[in-house]
Design a protein around this ligand. Structure first.
Ligand SMILES: [Zn+2]
Length: 304
């Protein structure tokens, strides 16, 4: 059986994550690569950053599949110079290394199975359906986020510890908002930034929401409005399980077609946050009660 062409592999992957499911603002699909080229080795990763491209070239991959787009907006140059030269460098290195780049972003979020199914499976949750069903899906299985159940209830502290243990490690770790002793039976999950889905999460009546990138105001207002508890992991960590799911899906397709593809999942931690310096909330005191030596008052002279 001859090796498949890039066009063959793309057709198979487009069936898994139909490009028409992507949001209108998104930029999914083939970024570079010759559709007539043969494909033998495929690398999956979350981010099309230099470290991952270097890994793809080193591996001899013919195709790199990433979740995040390289270019989300238009560009007039792929020169590897200037403020966005790092993206041009990626394009040059991919083409020189014979590596095609395919992006499956919000189409992979909405697909069945999608990014949030992989997140749910990673923390051992049973998916019962989408959080925001796709109205074009008569079976009601596609959509944004997933509603899930735990096989046995956990406290919020235990569930957060499970997420921290089962998702890939990052400096950011997992932040939690809520009563640590609260009982968690049902969870909404959304891989990547989930703070646009608070209304749907509240309407679903779940005990907790596992997602990423929660900002102060939406999180504060969500907590003031009552349950659910919030479990906020690193963006990259919530989407990385999709890479393994996607590689497994392509392995199955390869077996079915006799393609003999080699699939790999990048282990590079491409979350941009690299250091987490915990502070002690119990140590905080109002500055008027306990002057902070690091912030001298105006009478003690110039700041150091
Ligand atoms: Zn993302």
């Amino acid at each position: 059986m001859p090796a498949p062409t890039l066009a063959d592999v793309l057709a198979a992957l487009d069936a898994l994550w139909p490009p028409e499911l992507a949001e209108s603002w998104d930029a999914v699909g083939l970024v570079c690569g010759d559709p007539s080229a043969e494909v033998g080795r495929v690398l999956f990763a979350v981010d099309p950053v230099q470290e991952v491209v270097d890994e793809a070239v080193r591996l001899g991959a013919d195709l790199l599949v990433t979740h995040h787009p390289l270019y989300l907006r238009g560009t007039t140059t792929v020169a590897p110079v200037g403020p966005a030269g790092f993206k041009g460098r990626v394009v040059h290195d991919l083409i020189r290394g014979g590596v095609a780049l395919l992006v499956a972003h919000t189409n992979a979020d909405r697909a069945d199975p999608g990014v949030s199914d992989a997140l749910a499976a990673a923390v051992d949750l049973r998916v019962t359906g989408p959080l925001v069903p796709d109205p074009t899906d008569p079976e009601g299985r596609r959509g944004l986020g997933r509603l899930c159940e735990l096989d046995a209830p956990l406290t919020l502290a235990e569930f957060a510890a499970r997420a921290a243990r089962d998702l890939p490690g990052t400096a950011a770790g997992v932040r939690v908002a809520g009563d640590p002793d609260a009982t968690i039976r049902t969870v909404a999950v959304c891989g990547g930034s989930g703070d646009s889905l608070f209304a749907e999460v509240r309407a679903a009546g779940v005990d907790a929401f596992l997602t990423a990138d929660l900002r102060h105001h939406p999180a504060s207002e969500a907590r003031q409005a009552g349950p659910p508890a919030l479990v906020d992991a690193a963006h990259w960590a919530t989407e990385w399980p999709w890479c393994e799911q996607a590689a497994g899906q392509l392995d199955e397709i390869s077996d079915r077609h006799g393609w003999n593809l080699r699939t790999h999942v990048s282990r590079a931690v491409t979350d941009p946050w690299t250091i987490h310096a915990p502070s002690d909330p119990a140590a905080q005191q109002a500055p008027s009660l306990a002057p902070n030596p690091n912030f001298p008052s105006s009478s003690t002279g110039a700041p150091r």
